[in-house]
Ligand binder design. Structure first.
Ligand SMILES: Cc1ncc(C[n+]2csc(CCOP(=O)(O)OP(=O)(O)O)c2C)c(N)n1
Length: 363
């Protein structure tokens, strides 16, 4: 059951009207529901996806510090949101539209590791989505991808396809006009789109409380006739459960859903901008035990599916995969200035052409 504010009670714009966030796994890994949403093999696969995303982000931060990558936004601590939203998708027909902090989910949806590296190296090759991969490139303009996702979902429906689109964004993005225009249109057209807000409490250095007066992000769906739910965004099982329902609704033609995943960014905002310096002391330490990886490891440990040997084998396998992909990315010839600028305008403006000429001369 998707939880919705009960309009029959009259006043609806109060946080109290929303039920508590959906949770399936306690912080100590105890299962809080009768039946796990993933069987043990699927849960181990989910844990691998979380770990791959984490190790990928950590490696990219290191490479960026060595001058080998451009600015990037790690998703450290938030991986369960993107991984949990990809697990219920059918990769052959459903689309994943990222913001910029969703490497874990993108890799699970099928983005090749080498492509992910090239993307963070600023290579245009990284932005060519491989044929058949139903994903848009990441987007740096906050909320700019949300109207695209709605247009994509609506267009797919008009073409008679039963695909679903999931779009990710942060809680800061829900203060942007793009979010409101897009969710309004999706509600009216019953577009098969799932709005996944990763509410990590901060828009760089701006806390949620001073970027919106709304008590929750989920309630922003209500105004647009879009069912909304809050979920523990660090609980992979709970995210999978609410996503499954949202996918089923969209597939049945019942339109969009807004999911607010409550999570926390355990790393920097981006490699260029460390919002953590503005956080109250001790806050991050309170979030660390809620880490989605730790929680799933504890759950699987109790079921005999996680121990030091299994962990080492998984870490080694991921390290090898990252090493191989990084070697391949490094062997890719760097792009020229012309290649970088070629795909921006159909006809390059004269000023750009002049700049390109000067940069090439100076090289
Ligand atoms: C349109 C636009 N305005 C401002 C920025 C600068 N900016 C980059 S990230 C960011 C904060 C976004 O916060 P949120 O939407 O909560 O996502 P988070 O980064 O926390 O995942 C801002 C203001 C931008 N990239 N695009």
């Amino acid at each position: 059951m998707l939880h919705q504010v009960d309009a029959s009670r009259g006043f609806v714009l109060r946080a109290d009207d929303l039920p508590p966030p959906v949770q399936h796994l306690a912080v100590d890994g105890t299962l809080l529901v009768d039946t796990p949403v993933l069987d043990d093999d699927a849960a181990v696969a989910g844990l691998r996806a979380l770990l791959l995303g984490r190790r990928f982000d950590e490696r990219c931060v290191n490479l960026q510090r060595r001058g080998l990558m451009v600015t990037l936004a790690p998703g450290i601590g938030q991986e369960a949101c993107s991984v949990g939203s990809v697990i219920p998708l059918d990769r052959s027909r459903d689309w994943f539209v990222p913001q910029y902090r969703e490497a874990a989910g993108q890799l699970l949806h099928g983005l090749p590791l080498v492509q992910a590296f090239l993307w963070h190296m600023g290579s245009p090759l990284g932005f060519f989505i491989p044929p058949g991969l139903k994903m848009l490139p990441f987007n740096a303009a906050v909320a700019g991808q949300i109207p695209h996702a709605v247009g994509l979902a609506w267009g797919l429906r008009l073409r008679g396809e039963d695909s679903v689109v999931v779009v990710h964004f942060g809680e800061g993005a829900t203060s942007q006009g793009d979010f409101h225009e897009a969710i309004n249109l999706a509600g009216v057209q019953k577009a098969p789109v799932i709005f996944f807000c990763q509410n990590n409490d901060w828009a760089i250095s701006t806390p949620r409380e001073i970027q919106t007066a709304a008590a929750t992000i989920a309630q922003k769906g209500i105004a647009y006739g879009v069912p909304a739910v809050q979920v523990d965004g660090n609980d992979l099982f709970a995210v999978v459960a609410v996503m499954r329902e949202a996918v089923a609704r969209a597939r049945r033609g019942e339109g969009p859903t807004l999911i607010e995943g409550l999570t926390y960014r355990l790393g920097m905002h981006t490699t260029a901008d460390d919002g953590a310096r503005c956080e109250p002391p001790g806050l991050r330490d309170r979030w660390r035990p809620k880490d989605p990886l730790l929680r799933l490891q504890k759950y699987l440990g109790r079921r005999g599916r996680w121990n030091e040997a299994i962990e080492k084998a998984m870490e080694d396998e991921i390290t090898a995969a990252l090493d191989a992909a990084w070697a391949e990315a490094q062997a890719t010839p760097p792009n020229t200035v012309a290649e970088s600028l070629a795909h921006v305008f159909a006809e390059m403006p004269a000023r750009w052409a002049e700049q390109q000429r000067r940069i090439e001369e100076a090289r």
